[in-house]
Design a protein around this ligand. Structure first.
Ligand code: NAP
Length: 306
């Protein structure tokens, strides 16, 4: 494959940035890749494992001359970092991000981007519970969706080029409006994470079930909650604070459904429970048929490349 961006800058060197780097290398779509991370420790690790062609000590240095700048940092700091790098951005270049929330990121980043530089917000719907520069792998985005946010003022050429780039990294790309994105993600990702956090917290609180029992018998369902609840606390704190409205709306609906199921259990309404579980089972089948998960009992994790 030919080079799409001569110079790419990755700001933040965690799971998503490191996966992007290895996927760029695999696809051969980037010339030189410069990287920056906030802490010296992360920069040192990146240099040691060969993550990026050049690891810089400042974000500004990393973005100088870059044709594509990717903000791979928690959503709560996107605006501040955009302000910091703005004076060093190359005219005609594109700035994008990978944040899990889109409206808030756009509202905070777009005003910082100078005239003549394009901003196209994005979100790869791929991740693991691991974080940091050593957690990335080239296959992370394969056959997963990346959503790019198109607005009235989005430059069509910059958008088309970024789409080609993500497709080269293995992703399927769809364009979406920012508010719709935040609602969809509240249903598919943000609320489920909160439920997992809650369930793991409840098990921890429930002193009648000893810790060792929780671990020993966790194969059924709970183990997957613990995996999700092990996700990065900073990232998820920011996601809930920055996608507040949509998450609260979905949690409101969730609570209503939970009450209805609770009532069905109390009143012995087996028909209600059976009909509900039949409906949800069909949704799971749909996900597997769409190629977004495997039917393996361990969800294919044992075979996932590292
Ligand atoms: P990560 O592995 O925790 O890495 C975050 C990176 O951001 C680290 O290099 C960190 O630097 C840097 N950083 C943190 N605070 C910063 C600040 N104030 N200024 C500058 N740099 C800072 O995170 P990730 O999982 O790659 O997530 C990055 C973004 O991708 C987030 O916006 C998240 O919402 C989004 N996302 C995540 C997933 C997922 O499943 N993980 C999926 C899709 C999208 P240090 O290492 O030096 O602290």
């Amino acid at each position: 494959m030919s080079v799409i961006y001569d110079r790419v800058a990755l700001i933040g060197l965690g799971l998503i940035a490191s996966s992007m780097f290895w996927a760029m290398r695999r696809a051969g779509v980037a010339g030189e890749v410069a990287g920056y991370a906030r802490s010296e420790a992360t920069r040192e690790t990146a240099r040691r494992i060969g993550l990026c062609d050049r690891v810089c000590d400042t974000a500004r240095e990393a973005v100088e001359g870059a044709d594509l700048v990717v903000l791979c940092i928690p959503v709560g700091v996107m605006g501040d970092v955009a302000r910091e790098i703005a004076p060093a951005l190359k005219p005609g270049s594109t700035v994008t991000d990978v944040g899990s929330v889109k409206r808030d990121v756009i509202d905070n980043v777009a005003p910082e981007i100078p005239d003549g530089v394009h901003f196209v917000a994005g979100h790869p719907l791929a991740g693991t519970e691991h974080s940091g520069p050593e957690s990335g792998f080239a296959e992370l985005f394969d056959n997963r969706w990346t959503l790019l946010i198109s607005a009235d003022d989005t430059d069509p050429q910059a958008l088309a080029k970024l789409r080609r780039f993500w497709e080269a990294l293995g992703a399927n790309v769809e364009e979406m409006d920012a508010d719709h994105h935040d609602l969809v993600l509240a249903v598919t990702s943000h609320a489920p994470h909160l439920i997992a956090y809650t369930m793991v917290g409840v098990a921890d609180d429930l002193r009648r079930v000893t810790d060792s029992e929780v671990i020993k018998y966790s194969a059924a369902g709970f183990r997957d909650f613990t995996r999700i609840a092990a996700s990065d606390p900073t990232m998820w704190r920011d996601v809930f604070l920055k996608n507040r409205e949509a998450t609260l709306e979905i949690l409101g609906r969730f609570t209503e459904e939970l009450f209805a199921l609770q009532r069905a259990i109390r009143t012995g309404d087996g028909d209600h429970l059976h009909a509900y579980f039949t409906r949800t089972r069909a949704i799971r089948r749909g996900i597997v048929e769409a190629g977004q998960d495997t039917d393996a009992p361990d969800f294919g994790r044992a075979n996932r490349p590292k």
